[in-house]
Ligand binder design. Sequence first.
Ligand code: ADP
Length: 403
Amino acid sequence: MKILIINAGSSSLKYQLLDMDNEKLIAKGNCEKIGLSDPFISYKHDGKEEVFAGAKNHEEAIKKVLDILVDKKGGMLKNFDEIDAIGHRVVMGGWIFKESTLIDDKVIDEIDRLSEMAPLHNPAHVLCMRACKKVMPKIPQVAIFDTAFHTTMPEKAFMYAIKYEDYEKYHIRRYGAHGTSHRYVVQTLAKVLGKDVNKVNAITCHIGNGSSITAIKNGQSVDTSMGLTPLQGVVMGTRSGDIDPTVVQFLCSHKNKTVDEVLTYLNKECGLLGVSGVSSDHRETSKEAENGNKRAKLALDLLAYSVKKYIGAYMAVLNGAEAIVFTGGIGENSFEAREQILEDMEALGIVIDKDKNKNFKRGQIELISAENSKVKVYVIPTDEELMMARDTKEIVKNLKKSK
Ligand code: ADP
């Protein structure tokens, strides 16, 4: 079964074609700068990479990707009919979508309705779904929501203590994100532990450009660090993470900015970038810190400290976790970040083996806690596209059965 995974943002569209009979990647690429100047499409397959002219809009991007995939020269498909299903990543499923869902017109309208909460993403998802429907009307499409995994959070975790009427009227609450990644790593963890996922209590740390920490009880998300939007939580590449809302008012009045402008500032100019003044990239910031740049070191300290605090909080929420998992670009690759986050946590039963943490082959699952550590600490590379393709396969399979 061949599944096309689409991950659309406001001006980009990542795609992957997977063979789900053996869970192998066939081809992947990215449509970049959609609707901007000099758009282009990358296409990787069989260890090669090609670049094609880009697209003016999302519909054109979908058409071009399909053309590339069936191209006589380098295409990996003979025709569109070889695609059994399409899975779309959806950033905001709100309170409505609790699991991956087969797409029909009603579902598209609901995703569109949630655009207010993800104005850069949901409209792009909707455009892509409609474009796929137009080009390949017979191929089933599935929506996989970043928020779905977190819909199991109890009220006390997802509510903000604002006026209840406003929560009811405007649906202002914590939704979280990265749900597909947290779900993938906890399922993988369950396999590694040889347990049913419904019996796993763990803290999963997805740390990349965007980062979120999740408390998982009996395989379900019971709390997560991101909030109504991905701005909340730990310090990230360009996002401030948790902040006193009064800071917004201060910045508005001192910098003569609107609330929208300050929110853009908090999303795009803060975090590692804002504190270090160097880069939003963890590697770059680390290099600068090693060269003695104090602000760069401070930025890394803030990031590690914010993750440590969430781990401590979630140890309390879970009454102790059996495992902590690191994933995402930084979580998987920076031994320094992992070491710094988990230092001095013996009292909570967390002891890292510094050697193991530093010396293992990238891209593999690794146990990095010391033998005397009560809590096991793992690095588990995430694979959101594979998780999405598994969901899509499952839903489409059932669809075929029910026919
Ligand atoms: P996104 O949230 O955009 O998916 P990623 O998960 O790819 O981001 O993470 C990007 C971050 O991972 C960057 O800050 C980058 O510096 C960091 N990173 C990637 N590889 C390494 C590495 N080898 N060592 C340290 N940090 C790394």
